[in-house]
Ligand binder design. Sequence first.
Ligand code: ZN
Length: 529
Amino acid sequence: MQEDFLFLDEKMGPWYDLGNKKEDDPVMKFESVAQAIEMLKNFQQTQYAYNHAISMLYHDASTTAPSDSWEGRGKTMEILTQVTYEQMTKPENAELLSYLEANADQLDAQTRREVEVLRKGYDQIHRIPAEEYVAYSVLLNEAQGVWQKAKTDDNFELFAPVLEKIVDFNRKFAGYYQPDMLPYDALLNEYEEGLTMETLDAFFAQLQETIVPLIAKIREAKQIDNAFLFKTYPAAQQRVFSEYLMDLMGIDKTHCALGETEHPYTMNFNNKDVRITTHYYENNLVSSMFSVVHEGGHALYELGADDCYNYTALTGGVSMGIHESQSRFYENIIGRSEAFVHAVFPKLKELFPEQLKDVDEMMFYRAINRSEPSLIRIEADELTYPLHIMVRYEVEKQLIAGTLAVKDIPAEWNRLYKEYLGVDVPNNAKGCLQDSHWSGGSIGYFPSYAIGSAYGPQMLRKMEEELGDIYKDVAKGDLSRVTAWLREKIHRYASFKKPTELFESVCGRFDAKYFTDYLTEKYSKLYDL
Ligand code: ZN
């Protein structure tokens, strides 16, 4: 499982320079709406250019830059980030946005949405008092190192006081973000606009009802052998296979390149230049295979955006939830299907004749779908993954509501892992300290992963209604109709539509039953339940 989509324009300002705001600057004069729109365009293009440069430096650092070359790059990044931030927080921009808002009836739909998105970003920065922003920034800088050490030493008490402060800040910030919302709803809304506890409570309750008994049944069933996936698979052949997979997915290599990094990710510069990465493990055939398919799904989303959104605030996918819905659609719904295995298996046999000489298609299909409750979220399979998210959701919800103290997280975490997944957590390093998100201040982020997984099967049913049996195409190695459908319904809009609006425009109201039915059907068949 991967998770790693990097938004170009997300929260990248340094927070130390908030004193710059000048409330009493003279009011700007605009000659006409047309002139203001032109200024808005220029502003967005400038932001795009800075972000492009910063992201390129980041990508270079993660892929090909020599190891001891950080100093100069760090300097450039610091300066570019500061300039971007200063550009974004200029009082003139607030006036420009206010002027355009006052003349909204003269704007086309795209420009109206651009103003809305920019306003949200602008307000976000200005809503939090400068001194609190600075204090939070200092805290987060420290938190990363403390968390790392706490995880290495399995010492939750070390991280607890820092996490307490992070939780307090987030509870307070929630009130600044959305004073009319419940605090945790406000935090959810920061990552997935429109997502609420009401939706998630119903979603997770339904998951629990279906998945928990299913996992218990699988535990009693005959286990699937997947040992052959962990023989030796040389990276050179795996690289050939990656190229083959990208071609099969219809990814245009003149617009998308594959690199190698410690943790796979996707980075979009614009809809003509997307970078994906993978990691080759020579003792694991499928880790990179599914990284490529997953990141390839993110890439197709970015590459499929209409040109009109380039160099604007609407460039790129709209949210983490929708992005994950696309990457996981390709990874799980397509990539882990019998049809897909049928299409790619001859190539695998050709590249790894020795390693796979006793393996047939069905053995391979079953092996890549083996389900087993485990401790670590990022290593979880398609069936158990949402329960890992559910634990985090329950813990975060209670933390922000003030009904769970930070010191009591380990006990609650371990209790929930036992209840949902049936596993005993041996220590906090493999328990509540495993993810870096909280140390980065991200509370309310995890649920977007689960919701992204759940969107997929509902999209699949809609797609089948309109296109018929898409798995016939997939079995022939032809994903063109699948991708064209997703492009038409989802990809082309970039961030023009809000996530919930976009999903509902394609599938109607979100219903978790599609997801639970999909999992029940797939795993009942796999394990002969
Ligand atoms: Zn992802």
